[in-house]
Write a protein that binds this ligand. Structure first.
Ligand SMILES: C[S@@+](CC[C@H](N)C(=O)[O-])C[C@H]1O[C@@H](n2cnc3c(N)ncnc32)[C@H](O)[C@@H]1O
Length: 195
């Protein structure tokens, strides 16, 4: 099975979107709500239906770039919030091909776990390249054993430490305290700062 554009587009079209929470994830919402600078240049990769993006627009953030490989969720987001994003900030593209000016912050929510695990080292490098020095990658990782089954593919605190520590200062990596019930105990909230 290839986890490519066609795969994700078909899952959206067939409404096989078990990951979709229908709203912003509470740990990420809490993090967003304490960000004072609304001018931060922020990337939401693998943003799906864009609940975090919508929450940020409502909170006054002005410099958001939303990227997904599948057109379906981007078209829906554009329809839901027609005046919120210039077209160039809603990007339909493979994350690994994206080139742009560096960001202050990148928000991760069930994107890492949706990728084939062999791409993890490439993900770390790409995230590091897309951030300004001192820029942050923040969000949630799953905390359950990595097997052949997925997406979502699991991982552990130890694995994330080993992967990210060469390129990031690991400021926070701890059990999320306000996960939604079905994910309680299986999410790690993190803030990693680019070295
Ligand atoms: C599990 S969904 C999560 C969506 C959203 N972040 C959420 O939490 O609801 C994974 C998302 O990543 C997108 N995706 C998968 N591979 C991608 C890639 N290489 N580049 C960009 N987006 C990708 C999919 O289209 C899908 O929207």
């Amino acid at each position: 099975m290839k986890l490519n554009k066609q795969y994700w587009q078909e899952r959206y079209e067939a409404q096989r979107t078990g990951w979709d929470m229908g709203g912003v994830s509470p740990p990420i919402g809490t993090y967003i709500d304490q960000l004072a600078n609304k001018d931060l240049r922020i990337l939401l990769p693998g943003a799906g239906m864009g609940y975090e993006a919508a929450h940020m627009v409502a909170s006054g953030f002005r410099n958001l770039t939303i990227l997904d490989i599948a057109p379906y969720p981007l078209e829906r987001l554009q329809k839901r919030l027609p005046d919120s994003f210039p077209p160039e900030n809603l990007i339909e593209m493979d994350f690994f091909k994206y080139q742009g000016k560096p960001f202050d912050l990148i928000l991760e929510h069930t994107f890492f776990c949706a990728l084939p695990p062999e791409l993890r080292p490439e993900y770390v490098l790409k995230m590091s390249q897309l951030l300004k020095p001192g820029g942050k990658l923040a969000g949630l990782f799953f905390d359950f054993p990595l097997t052949d089954k997925g997406p979502p593919f699991g991982g552990s605190k130890e694995e994330y430490e080993a992967l990210f520590a060469p390129h990031f200062h690991l400021r926070v990596l701890e059990r999320a305290i306000n996960s939604i019930k079905p994910r309680a105990g299986s999410e790690l909230f993190f803030i990693f700062e680019k070295k």
